[in-house]
Design a protein around this ligand. Structure first.
Ligand code: UDP
Ligand code: MG
Length: 325
């Protein structure tokens, strides 16, 4: 990769079927960059959209020389789209922001100010989640509390992916090539001085969220199993204590039978024990399976993504990074 331009701020924007909001988003972002005392580069990552998003991005590039368009070969999901954008960003600092205007571009100067004070990761912390259901807020808060308890890294609560990363933080992230990319965890894992800037999270400006509870649930499992061995340990302890209890119970039955003899009663006890032990085993095997599946995926060592086309921003110097996969 060519040397990062010292006074260049890159903005990475993953976009998947965002034609409803892109024009408005770009107008607001461009206005912020115009006012900033740094040169700007906007790396839009088209994550395999099947609407007019890509055409709109190319049109934006025609009218604004700061726009780079990275077109992925299919939909890889936001976490990988983000990583692809980070790989192609050339600035001395990189801001990651959603295209749907839930993250206000107007906050960027505040993030930059903190970066200039020497922080490597400046994350935006939301004060309120407007336009989100009670259910989503509650589940999100439970997840953050669980994740914090169970893993070694401090994943800050109430932060999305909206943040600024220094060049060395971007390089550090770029070296983490695991397939299971829980970005919020990875951001925290790399360390370096980090600080929060509070803001008010708006509702989506248009289009629809791509998340539903099933995807969120999967993201939560991803987050916990990628950063913690606690579920495995839990299975061990749970298995041990159940086995201990079962052993005591068996001893008691043997003694009782030797002492009193036994008619063929006791069907309920047998059933209960059987089902309980079976259930515990299934839970433990399931947890094991989660981890084995991850080992399986990582051991394939596949590249994270393939690029279908990359058009670097014409107005930004520092040659195209053609060699990046
Ligand atoms: N996104 C993406 N690939 C996907 C899903 C989403 O690049 O498979 C982008 C999307 O275009 C948006 C950002 O990720 O810019 C956040 O998505 P969304 O608003 O659906 O998530 P939410 O804000 O509801 O968490
Ligand atoms: Mg959103």
């Amino acid at each position: 990769m060519s040397a990062p331009a010292a006074n260049l701020l890159s903005i990475v924007v993953p976009a998947y079927n965002e034609e409803a909001v892109l024009a408005m988003f770009h107008r607001r972002l461009a206005a912020v960059l115009d006012a900033l005392d740094m040169a700007g580069e906007i790396v839009y990552v088209n994550d395999g959209s099947d609407d007019g998003t890509l055409a709109m991005l190319y049109a934006l590039q025609q009218s604004d020389g700061r726009v780079a368009v990275l077109d992925l070969s299919r939909n890889y999901g936001k976490e990988i789209a983000l990583s692809a954008g980070l790989d192609h960003a050339r600035g001395a600092a990189v801001v990651v922001i959603d295209a749907d205007l839930q993250d206000p571009p107007e906050l960027i100067p505040a993030l930059v100010a903190r970066w200039r004070e020497g922080y490597d990761v400046v994350y935006a912390r939301r004060l309120e989640r407007e336009g989100e259901s009670f259910m989503k807020k509650t589940t999100a808060s439970i997840f953050y509390r669980l994740a914090r308890r169970m893993s070694q890294v401090e994943i800050p609560a109430d932060t999305g992916d909206f943040r600024l990363l220094s060049r060395r933080a971007v390089e550090a992230l770029g070296r983490l090539r695991e397939q299971h990319r829980f970005m919020k965890g990875l951001f925290a894992w790399i360390g370096y001085p980090q600080i929060a800037v509070p803001y008010r999270r708006a509702a989506r400006a248009g289009g629809r969220t791509k998340w539903n509870y099933w995807r969120l649930w999967n993201l939560a499992i991803e987050g916990i199993t990628s950063f913690s061995l606690a579920p495995l340990r839990l299975a061990t302890y749970f298995g041990l204590s159940v086995a201990g209890l079962a052993f005591l119970f068996a001893a008691w039955i043997i003694i009782k039978t030797l002492w009193l003899g036994e008619a063929v009663r006791g069907y309920p006890t047998i059933m209960v024990t059987l089902l309980f032990l079976g259930g515990t085993q299934l839970v433990a095997i399931g947890i094991l399976g989660e981890y084995v599946g991850r080992i399986f995926n990582e051991s394939k060592r596949r590249p994270l993504y393939f690029v279908q086309g990359y058009r670097p921003a014409p107005a930004v110097r520092g040659g195209p990074d053609e060699d990046l996969a």
